[in-house]
Design a protein around this ligand. Structure first.
Ligand SMILES: [Zn+2]
Length: 566
């Protein structure tokens, strides 16, 4: 807040975790410019919807509870106030609240103070108008005393806006003195350590004297701390702050959350972003098809391993055929490819769709003698034979056959909260976040290398060509209007991607079936194979079970303390 009101500083970038009071800083900045230094202001949220809820849930209570603001900003409900949810006037200025996805709010009048909230969740372009940050910045060019404030939880290294902004600035970190030796230091995750298997006992180990610091020490250290720039300032102040500093969170809570999160690559990523406030390195390495093919296991549609709890199917529609994969899902989303089929024929004819019905309904059983049914089917309506897919799904709604359409964009939900309508028809279509799904599934293929949570198994019957298809997309970084943007692209032309598409759709069907809830529910009913397990003489510690995935590697620390994925 000192930097924001420092006339020598033009831009302030804050790369942050959750739980560090960012919303209050944003609010204070707005309150200050309404009360003390009136100016035309623009606040940008990732979407118009988020802009509206920010105005209702964050701004309105502050204005209501602060008499100096209530006096200056008329209630939008009052007659002739001229104020709306997204536009507030006050003497000497105004505040416009906009969504980064909507160019209208970004391209209006001149602005002196522009505030960008959660910039890493902005789309690459506001409609067709281009980069929302550049658009917002452009509004400020006529003011000599213009000010930019941007904050965000970071996302992926290389395409993170907030990280780029942080790196362009003077890179300030908060240094705190150890209560024992007095040495100043940045709080870093590697120093949070705990006895193996007991993260709830985590403490912070001073990197100078090795003393174990507690939450009581933290309060004292925060009070005595100071921001230190680590690079030369050129009118851009940038800050990094993580949950390690949060007065509303503890080191042991973080350690417990970390142990839980590191079971899956995607939850580990979220934890690194939201708790450490750091970007996640997406090395963009491709998945080698040969390596995966060598993971094939001896099981088939009649001998599905006992871990499978439910089956779903993903169907890709091509001009002359349907391709369908049946995937089985088990505890902690460990998954088994059960069968992949290519059904040749004309998708414009009913015959082929009846063949699909028969394939989906075919008898499948587990090695422990259970009959397994396909409980949900997702069929791609996005490319070919859209109307046939709508009709097929509509007639089989009761059997959870979903017409889906893939939509790109990172951060989009894999399975939407509700179905949409296809144009003017009554057909239901589910918009599936395919890029998010590919990130998740490719992350598991790359990083989960031992059976257990999130591991993907392949049956012996699939051909090597199927693995080529599965791994044919890679992450590329394109430059869109001067900004690096991540995208999925085929690695080799001419290689198809049906295996990947079918896996993504089967996972969508799993979510459409409320799969995680089903797994949670059914695991309480023991499978046949579990009933014969003799009680073990010694109880297995739950923490040991939770770390079946030994990647990233755990490192032992002196004195039997451990932490960590680095
Ligand atoms: Zn110390």
């Amino acid at each position: 807040m000192d930097a924001i009101s420092d006339p020598a500083i033009r831009e302030v970038w804050v790369m942050k975790s959750a739980q560090v009071g960012w919303t209050e800083i944003l609010n204070n900045c707005i309150g200050f410019h309404v009360h003390q230094d009136p100016a035309p202001m623009l606040l940008v949220q990732p979407t118009l919807e988020m802009a509206e809820s920010w105005s209702k849930d964050r701004l309105a209570p502050m204005v209501r509870d602060s008499p100096v603001l209530t006096e200056r900003i008329a209630d939008p409900k009052a007659r002739d106030s001229g104020n709306t949810l997204l536009h507030k006037k006050f003497s000497g200025g105004h505040l416009t609240v906009a969504g980064a996805n909507s160019p209208a709010g970004l391209a209006s009048r001149p602005i002196r103070v522009v505030l960008f909230d959660e910039v890493d969740r902005y789309p690459a372009s506001a409609g067709t108008e281009g980069d929302p940050v550049s658009l917002g910045k452009k509004r400020t060019t006529t003011f000599w005393n213009r000010k930019l404030l941007a904050g965000s939880t970071p996302t992926i290294k290389g395409s993170s806006r907030i990280e780029a902004g942080f790196e362009a600035g003077d890179q300030r970190f908060y240094f705190v003195p150890c209560t024992s030796c007095g040495e100043f230091q940045r709080l870093v995750w590697a120093q949070v350590q705990w006895p193996e298997g007991r993260p709830e006992e985590a403490t912070y180990v001073c990197q100078h004297c090795g003393v174990m610091l507690t939450e009581a020490d933290k309060a004292e250290m925060l009070k005595a701390g100071e921001w230190r720039a680590t690079r030369d300032s050129r009118g851009i102040a940038s800050f990094h702050i993580s949950e390690l500093y949060s007065p509303w969170s503890s080191w042991s809570e973080m350690a417990v959350a970390f142990v839980q999160a590191k079971r899956f690559p995607e939850t580990l990523q979220t934890w690194i972003n939201t708790s450490l406030g750091e970007t996640y390195e997406d090395r963009g390495e491709s998945v080698a098809p040969q390596g995966l093919a060598s993971r094939r296991e001896q099981y088939g549609p009649q001998t599905v391993p006992a871990g499978v709890v439910l089956l779903t199917a993903g169907v890709d529609v091509q001009d002359d055929r349907l391709e369908v994969s049946i995937w089985g899902w088990g505890r902690d989303e460990e998954a088994w490819l059960v069968e992949h089929a290519v059904l040749r024929g004309d998708p414009g004819s009913d015959a082929l769709w009846l063949e699909l019905d028969a394939f989906v309904a075919a008898k499948r059983g587990s090695e422990d003698g259970r009959r397994l049914l396909v409980e949900a089917v997702a069929v791609d309506s996005g490319g070919h034979f859209t109307q046939q897919v709508y009709g097929y799904a509509a007639r089989r709604k009761a059997r959870r056959v979903f017409a889906i359409k893939g939509a790109g964009g990172f951060g989009r939900l894999i399975w939407p909260k509700a179905a949409g309508r296809a144009g003017k028809t009554s057909a239901q279509v589910w918009i599936v976040g395919v890029d998010t799904a590919k990130d998740l599934l490719y992350g598991r293929l790359r990083r989960v290398l031992e059976p257990g949570p999130g591991y993907l198994h392949f049956c012996a019957a699939v051909e090597p060509e199927w693995f080529e298809q599965l791994t044919n997309e890679v992450i590329v970084h394109k430059s869109v209007q001067g900004r690096r943007v991540r995208a999925y692209k085929p690695r080799a032309a001419g290689v198809r991607t049906e295996a990947l598409d079918c896996m993504v759709y089967a996972y969508a069907a799993f979510l459409g079936r409320a799969g995680p809830r089903v797994l949670e529910h059914r695991k309480t009913a023991p499978a046949a194979s579990e009933e014969v397990v003799e009680p073990k003489p010694e109880p297995v510690q739950p923490q040991q079970q939770a770390t079946v995935v030994r990647r990233p590697q755990q490192m032992r620390r002196p004195g039997g303390y451990m932490n960590s994925w680095r």
